[in-house]
Design a protein around this ligand. Structure first.
Ligand code: PLP
Length: 372
């Protein structure tokens, strides 16, 4: 049995009947676009967060993009974020015509180094876009203090942090608005693409609803400001309604895998293997389980021989990608981000990861790291 970093088939086997029933619910409903399934999911996802509003959209990238647009970010504005993230965070900033401004990350938790944010603020800065990377929340108290002092909007990128908490508060409830992805690998994953933006701000939500629907007020069929076609698909919404009832169970499953890795590999710190650390007040959901070792490439290569394929999240910091060379960040401009990109790697992580595979991963990593 090969171990992959992610696989949905064991879950599909367990949930198949219910998922197919969700598909049939939509196909039999007489309404294939928006309608009761999307409305229902939006209400339930907002309720899960204790927020007033949720707008379903077609994917996480557009959740960030429409979220930025709805909180007032546009051409000429600057948005502060990190380069150690999934490229779509940055693609979305570019998509509204704004300029991404990168701040380095911290060695300890791979999250935005908040001490460096103030120096990155200029008169053109419009918003902060903290990314709750790998499933652990950014220190939102510090982010919100800065935002308030400088009059900036805060959009949380929660694509990796469904169900994560920071001092008891759920990811997605701490900014002006928050963008989620339901890409299949995510902690709450659809069986295809999906996304959502949650907010307590009625005006922001009203704007999101127009933006995902060509820019129209649905009842008037008139475009005032041109938007996009970015609706959440009804079939995915109905599937997500079923899966949302199990979100906390999925998170528990991920934490159980993380505990097993910690027990099996924690003593290898003296051999240079660093496992994820959890900041005080944070409840991690382990979207990916990111370890670190100076001989990362050799570990990945050796594990292939054991039938274990590992991933790197992410091997190329966004500022080093050719598509973002225009931003002018040279090599060495974000030293911690660049150094970590050469040392991090992800162990298999999903709630239905069979225990035999977890044990196989642990013993293989032990053998390889101890052989150095
Ligand atoms: C997955 C992801 C996105 C984009 O989501 P899609 O649904 O794939 O468009 C955005 N930001 C982060 C941090 C992500 O991990």
């Amino acid at each position: 049995m090969t171990a992959y970093v992610w696989d949905y088939l064991p879950e599909y086997e367990q949930e198949r009947e219910e998922l197919l029933e969700a598909v049939d619910t939509v196909f039999s409903s007489g309404q294939l676009v928006l309608g009761p399934s999307v409305d229902g999911f939006e209400r339930e996802f907002a309720d899960y967060h204790g927020l007033a509003h949720c707008t379903g959209v077609d994917n996480g990238t557009n959740a960030v993009r429409l979220g930025l647009h709805a909180v007032g970010v546009g051409p000429g504005d600057e948005v502060i974020t990190v380069s150690n993230t999934a490229a779509p965070t940055v693609v979305a900033i570019d998509g509204v015509g704004a300029t991404p401004v990168f701040v380095d990350i911290r060695e300890e938790d791979y999250l935005i180094d908040i001490d460096q944010v103030a120096a990155a603020i200029t008169p053109r800065t419009k918003a902060l876009l903290p990314v709750h990377l790998y499933g652990q929340c950014v220190d939102m108290g510090a982010i919100n203090d800065l935002a308030e002092r400088h009059g900036l909007a805060v959009l949380e990128d929660c694509a990796q942090a469904h169900g994560a908490r920071h001092h008891g508060k759920l990811a997605g409830t701490m900014g002006r608005a928050a963008a989620f992805s339901f890409y299949p690998t995510k902690v709450l994953g659809a069986y295809g693409d999906g996304g959502a933006v949650v907010t307590d701000d009625e005006a922001v939500d009203a704007s999101l609803r127009r933006l995902r629907y060509y820019g129209m007020e649905k009842t008037y069929y008139v475009v005032e400001t041109p938007g996009y076609n970015s609706r959440l698909d009804a079939v995915q919404a109905e599937i997500l309604r079923r899966k949302l009832t199990r979100l906390d169970t999925y998170v528990e499953g991920r934490r159980a895998v993380a505990r097993r890795y910690e027990e099996g590999l924690g003593d290898l710190a003296e051999k240079g293997l660093l496992l994820p650390s959890v900041n005080e007040g944070n409840e991690h959901v382990y979207y990916v389980y990111v370890a670190r070792h100076p001989r990362r490439d050799e570990i990945i290569e050796a594990l292939k021989g054991y039938g274990i394929t590992l991933n790197i999240s992410y091997p190329w910091p966004v500022h080093t990608m050719s598509g973002f060379a225009k931003l002018g960040y040279g090599e060495g401009s974000l030293p911690v981000t660049e150094r970590l990109a050469k040392e991090i790697f992800s162990l298999p992580m999903y709630p239905s990861l069979p225990i035999e595979l977890q044990e196989k991963v642990i013993s293989a990593v032990r053998e390889v790291v101890l052989s150095f």
